[in-house]
Design a binder for this molecule. Structure first.
Ligand SMILES: C[S@@+](CC[C@H](N)C(=O)[O-])C[C@H]1O[C@@H](n2cnc3c(N)ncnc32)[C@H](O)[C@@H]1O
Length: 237
């Protein structure tokens, strides 16, 4: 994965051109997830452009201009759906690679009538590259894959070049909120985020878990196993 904080090269295409249907294999989804995927994907789904040129225009995706929250690695989507339901004046764009998670979030969108959620399928960094600079009010990275082995650290989402890219898509004053149950990753995240010249740590250390962040599926597992949770909230200067 190469990373750049430069602008996407082309102007936004019509939303319909960036939205495509996909058909995951039968058997991986519950009937309800499959039905939600088939019914909602055309209007609520986005195939992440991976050509490095196609731009994603949030106003076209949501049909309105509102502050935009990006949730990276939304998992089964419970936290995204809960936050979007409690925050109707902002739009929520979730990005995930795991098809059952995408379908589950679409099912939650359908059941709770969430007009302010869209679900992107593909690589989070490709999506971030395709978004306009300064277009995000917040980025949520809740319990990203920890890649605990040292030789796999290069696969981690939170590393200096990726943070610079994320920061470039945040509006001034926008927040980057990360959470993890992996103490060593938390320390590395904090060091990387604190070192970014365009970010300021909103809490001068780890943040108390904000009331607006629901307990996620992975967080529940960590709490059951007795692990500590670390939140980090940084603001773009
Ligand atoms: C440990 S899980 C956490 C899920 C959820 N945030 C939670 O707390 O329950 C990490 C998620 O990130 C997703 N993921 C990993 N790499 C990704 C990528 N490059 N782009 C988008 N999602 C990704 C995985 O599929 C997985 O669902």
């Amino acid at each position: 994965m190469t990373t750049t904080d430069s602008e996407p090269a082309t102007v936004a295409p019509p939303a319909a051109r960036s939205i495509r249907t996909f058909h995951p294999r039968r058997g991986r989804l519950t009937d309800r997830q499959r039905a939600a995927l088939e019914q909602l994907w055309p209007a609520y789904g986005l195939a992440v452009p991976d050509d490095g040129r196609t731009a994603v225009e949030p106003a076209e995706l949501f049909g309105r201009r509102a502050p935009l929250v990006l949730e990276i690695g939304s998992g089964m989507g419970d936290a995204t759906a809960a936050m979007a339901a409690a925050d109707p004046d902002r739009d929520y764009l979730a990005v995930e690679v795991h098809t059952p998670g995408i379908a589950n979030l679409l099912d939650l969108v359908r059941r709770h009538g969430l007009g302010n959620v869209r679900v992107a399928r593909g690589d989070a960094l490709d999506l971030v590259r395709a978004l306009p600079a300064g277009s995000l009010d917040a980025v949520h990275v809740f319990f990203p894959d920890p890649w605990p082995k040292a030789r796999h650290h290069k696969r981690r989402l939170i590393q200096p070049a990726h943070v610079a890219l994320l920061r470039s898509r945040l509006a001034p004053g926008g927040t980057l909120h990360c959470a993890t149950d992996w103490a060593e990753y938390a320390a590395a995240m904090r060091q990387t985020l604190d070192a970014d010249p365009g970010l300021v740590n909103a809490h001068d250390g780890y943040a108390p878990r904000p009331a607006h962040r629901p307990v996620t599926k992975f967080e529940r597992r960590a709490l059951t196993a007795g692990r500590e949770i670390f939140d980090l909230v940084h603001r773009r200067r």
